[in-house]
Design a protein around this ligand. Structure first.
Ligand code: ARG
Length: 474
C-alpha cells in the first residue's frame, strides 16, 4: 500500500496530509482519550451501523459496502468483548481506533464509513446513547430501593419512634412515616431522571463537524434506527451541547444528597447511643484493633461519595462555562466526571437497595426514646386549646408541666391527674387520650400526617404510582 492509500493505521493519522512533522509523543499521550472513552465502544459501533445503513438508503454506499461495514463492526464488538483488541494511544480515541481496525479488516469500504460525519457529532451521539442506557438502569435501582422502603414502611406503620427537629426529640411519629419520607425523596429523583431522559434522547448525528454536511443524508431515518426521539435542530448546538450530561450529574447529585442524609440517620441510629436499628452484619465491617466494633461502613461510604459526585457536577459546569461555539477539545474532559458519576451513583443505590430490607428496627428503644423526650407536649397544649385556652397561654402551662417533669424525672403521660391539674384545672381524665404516644400519633390523621392509618394509605398510593410509572417505562 502506498502512503496515499494508507488512510489510517497506528502510524498514520487521518489528518496527516496537512502536517509536516509527527505529533510529539507526549502530546499524543496528553491529547488522547482512548484510555477512558473506550468504554463507549458498543455505542460508537451502534452509531456507525446506523450511519452506514442511512448512507446506503440514500445511495452513498452500495448494499455490499454496507454489509461488509456492518459485519466488520460486529466482529469488532466481538473482539472487544473478548478482550482481543489492541487500543492504541496513537489513534487517540475510541472512534479512530475502531475505524482503523475496520479498515484493516474490510479494506476500502471501511474508509467510506466516515462520509458525512465527524467525530464531533459522533462522540456527542455516543455519549447520549450510553447515558440513555445508564439512566434506565439507574432508575431500576431507584425503584428497587423504593420497593424495599415501601415493604419496610408497611411492616413498621404502627411502630412509634421520636420524630426530631434540631436533632432534639420533637413529637412521636410512626417509623413507617419516617421511611416514607425517604421514599418521597427518591420519587422526585426518579421523576427528575425520567424528565432528563427526554433531553438526552435527541440525535446529534448529521451535524458533522459543526455546520451539517453537503451529502443528502436522512437524519430522521438514522434517529429512528437508534431509538432517538428526533434529530437535533441546530448543528452548532448539537456538537457542543453537554447540558444533558450536566443535567444527569445534577440529578445524581440530588439523589446522592438524599442517600447521604439517609446514611447519616442510619449511622446515628445504629450507634449505641440511639440503638434504634441494627444493620445486618454483611453490610458492616469490624475494626482491626477494637474487637467490639461493628462499623456502618456502607452508609458512611455513601455519605462520603456524595462529595465526589457533587464535585463532578461542578467540574462539568465549569468545563462548559467559557466555551465558544461549536466543538472544542475541552469537551473531551466531559467523560471521566460523567462516567464516575454514573458508576458511583449506581453502586450506592445498589448497596442501599440491598441493605434496606435487612434493617432490623429496635422497637422498644425507639418507643423509650419517644417517651423520654416530652414528645407529647404539643398534644397537651392542643388539648388545652380545644378546651378554650389561647395557644400562647397553653404553651406556657405545658412548659411549666415539662419543667416539673424534668425535676421529678417523669414523662407527662406518667403524671397523675392531680399532678397535672396543678398547672391547669381545666384538665380532665380524657387528657390521657392525647398524652400517650399512640394517641398523639393517631391524632395526626390527615393526608401527609403520621397516623398509622394515613401511613398505610400513603403506602397504597405510592405502590400504585410506582407500578403505573413502571408500566410507562415498559
Ligand atoms: N475524543 C474526542 C472527544 O472526546 C472526540 C472528538 C474529537 N474531535 C475533534 N475535532 N478533535 O471529545
Amino acid at each position: 500500500m502506498t502512503d496515499k492509500q494508507d488512510s489510517m493505521n497506528e502510524n498514520s493519522k487521518p489528518w496527516k496530509g496537512r502536517f509536516t512533522e509527527e505529533t510529539d509523543a507526549f502530546v499524543e499521550a496528553f491529547t488522547s482519550s482512548v484510555g477512558f472513552d473506550q468504554r463507549l465502544y458498543y455505542y460508537d459501533i451502534q452509531g456507525s451501523i446506523a450511519h452506514a445503513r442511512m448512507l446506503t438508503k440514500v445511495g452513498i454506499l452500495t448494499d455490499q459496502e454496507c454489509e461488509s461495514i456492518i459485519s466488520g463492526l460486529e466482529e469488532i464488538v466481538h473482539d472487544i468483548d473478548r478482550n482481543d483488541f489492541n487500543w492504541s494511544v496513537k489513534l487517540e480515541d475510541v472512534h479512530m481506533n475502531i475505524e482503523a481496525r475496520l479498515t484493516d479488516r474490510i479494506g476500502d469500504a471501511g474508509k467510506k464509513l466516515h462520509t458525512g460525519r465527524s467525530r464531533n457529532d459522533q462522540v456527542a451521539t455516543d455519549i447520549r446513547l450510553y447515558l440513555r442506557d445508564e439512566l434506565d438502569s439507574t432508575i431500576v435501582e431507584i425503584v428497587r430501593l423504593q420497593q424495599g422502603l415501601l415493604d419496610l414502611a408497611e411492616q413498621e406503620a404502627d411502630t412509634i419512634m421520636p420524630g426530631f427537629t434540631h436533632l432534639q426529640v420533637a413529637q412521636p411519629i410512626s417509623f413507617g412515616h419516617h421511611l416514607m419520607a425517604w421514599f418521597e425523596m427518591l420519587a422526585r429523583d426518579r421523576e427528575r431522571l425520567q424528565d432528563c431522559r427526554k433531553r438526552i434522547n435527541i440525535m446529534p448525528l448529521g451535524s458533522a463537524a459543526l455546520a451539517g454536511t453537503s451529502y443528502p443524508i436522512d437524519r430522521a431515518y438514522t434517529a429512528e434506527l437508534l431509538g432517538f426521539d428526533r434529530p437535533s435542530e441546530n448543528s452548532l448546538d448539537a456538537v457542543s451541547d453537554r447540558d444533558f450530561a450536566i443535567e444527569f450529574c445534577a440529578c445524581a447529585a440530588l439523589t446522592m444528597i438524599h442517600l447521604s442524609r439517609f446514611s447519616e440517620e442510619l449511622i446515628l441510629w445504629a450507634s449505641a447511643q440511639f440503638n434504634f436499628i441494627e444493620l445486618p452484619d454483611r453490610f458492616c465491617t469490624g475494626s482491626s484493633i477494637m474487637p467490639q466494633k461493628k462499623n456502618p461502613d456502607v452508609p458512611e461510604l455513601v455519605r462520603g461519595k456524595t462529595g465526589r459526585i457533587n464535585g463532578n457536577l461542578i467540574a462539568l459546569l465549569t468545563l462548559m462555562k467559557g466555551q465558544p461555539l461549536a466543538y472544542n477539545k475541552d469537551n473531551q474532559e466531559d467523560k471521566e466526571p460523567l462516567f464516575d458519576t454514573v458508576d458511583n451513583l449506581k453502586d450506592c443505590l445498589r448497596a442501599f437497595a440491598d441493605m434496606v430490607p435487612a434493617i432490623k428496627p429496635e422497637h422498644s428503644n425507639m418507643y423509650k426514646a419517644a417517651k423520654t423526650g416530652y414528645s407529647t407536649a404539643t398534644d397537651l397544649a392542643d388539648y388545652l386549646v380545644r378546651k378554650g385556652i389561647a395557644f400562647r397561654d397553653a404553651h406556657e402551662v405545658v412548659g411549666r408541666a415539662v419543667r416539673y417533669g424534668i425535676e421529678n424525672d417523669k414523662d407527662l403521660s406518667d403524671m397523675s391527674l392531680d399532678e397535672l391539674q396543678q398547672f391547669s384545672d381545666i384538665l380532665e381524665q380524657d387528657v390521657f387520650d392525647v398524652l400517650t404516644l399512640e394517641g398523639s400519633v393517631a391524632s395526626r390523621n390527615h393526608i401527609g400526617g403520621t397516623a398509622p392509618n394515613q401511613v398505610r394509605a400513603a403506602i397504597m398510593r405510592a405502590r400504585d404510582t410506582l407500578s403505573r410509572s413502571l408500566s410507562d417505562l415498559g
